[in-house]
Ligand binder design. Structure first.
Ligand SMILES: NC(=O)c1ccc[n+]([C@@H]2O[C@H](COP(=O)([O-])OP(=O)(O)OC[C@H]3O[C@@H](n4cnc5c(N)ncnc54)[C@H](OP(=O)(O)O)[C@@H]3O)[C@@H](O)[C@H]2O)c1
Length: 274
């Protein structure tokens, strides 16, 4: 989809963090925005900021893990903004835990929000996109969707699932005008969940590099315009690490320890970050 002017875009997780940057970037391209998250006050502030950019925007309080909320979000979007052209599955949570200390809810919540909700939202919007022969879905996964890191069992399972889901869709709809992309950011500074770790004194390993939320947003736009498949967003060191880890899975734990990932996640647990 080359020209986003006048399109209708749904962005989940738009109340704070990376989702706000994605919503802003879409608005700057002329898309009308349907913003979703659970925090009404924050969402309303983002909606006002987006409208000031000259597009129409609605804000819907929605828990993406809740089927009735998802249905209400999509129905309201179509009623007030028109058929959905773009879906950005960005809402996500991460609970860093030792596997044996994780609760059942850590797994069910993470999988419901990070994986089931994107699958079911996509399932709800794709038939309309196919009928109109236009549409794009971007799933915001993570580097944790490419490599399994220590203390990230629930998050990695959800993000690996999201990468696999997107790639399966791309294969199935290869010849379709409807596109699917997955964006895999590494550590993102200035906003979002990792930025909150930094505020509590936990830093990503120097070798891991990082990226800005504006970059994740611009890559997301590029994915829609050029139907890109899977994009890792990070400064260079992470890409070779992912390639190596996937080529030689037996040495992945060693690589992650040497790069300093394992220690950083141990610091997240020690700092009591939820
Ligand atoms: N920050 C990073 O370094 C980084 C790196 C790789 C990937 N990512 C991915 O990027 C995405 C955005 O992360 P972020 O860093 O911006 O996180 P964040 O600052 O914690 O924001 C998460 C967003 O998701 C929403 N959300 C959470 N649970 C929800 C639910 N049940 N229903 C609806 N909305 C919900 C939150 O809003 P409410 O709380 O108001 O509902 C918030 O708007 C996530 O998928 C994350 O996994 C982030």
């Amino acid at each position: 989809m080359k020209d986003l002017r006048g399109t209708t875009a749904v962005v989940t997780g738009a109340s704070r963090g990376i989702g706000v940057y994605i919503a802003r970037a879409l608005a700057q391209e002329g898309a009308n925005l349907s913003l979703a998250a659970r925090s009404q006050g924050d969402l309303e502030q983002v909606r006002a900021e987006i409208e000031a950019l000259g597009v129409t925007s609605i804000a819907t309080v929605c828990d993406v893990a809740d089927a009735a909320d998802r249905a209400r979000l999509l129905a309201r979007t179509e009623a007030e903004l028109g058929p959905i052209d773009i879906l950005i599955n960005n809402a996500g949570i991460e609970r860093v835990r030792r596997f044996e200390d994780s609760t059942e809810a850590d797994f069910t919540d993470t999988l419901a929000i990070n994986l089931e909700a994107p699958i079911l939202l996509t399932h709800a919007v794709v038939p309309g996109m196919l009928a109109r022969r236009r549409g794009h879905v971007v799933n915001i996964a993570s580097g944790a969707g490419k490599v399994g890191v220590a203390y990230g069992t629930s998050y990695c399972a959800s993000k690996h699932g999201l990468v696999g889901f997107t790639n399966a869709l791309r294969a199935e709809y290869e010849k379709s005008p409807v596109g699917f992309s997955v964006v895999c950011p590494g550590f993102v500074t200035d906003a979002g969940m990792y930025d909150r770790w930094e505020e509590k004194g936990v830093h990503a390993p120097r070798l891991a590099g990082s990226s800005k939320p504006e970059k994740v947003a611009s890559v997301t736009i590029d994915c829609i315009k050029r139907n890109r498949s899977e994009v890792t967003v990070n400064t260079p060191p992470v890409r070779p690490l992912i390639v190596l880890a996937n080529a030689f899975p037996a040495i992945t734990p060693f690589l992650l320890r040497k790069f300093g990932y394992t220690k950083s996640f141990e610091q997240v647990i020690a700092a009591g970050i939820d």
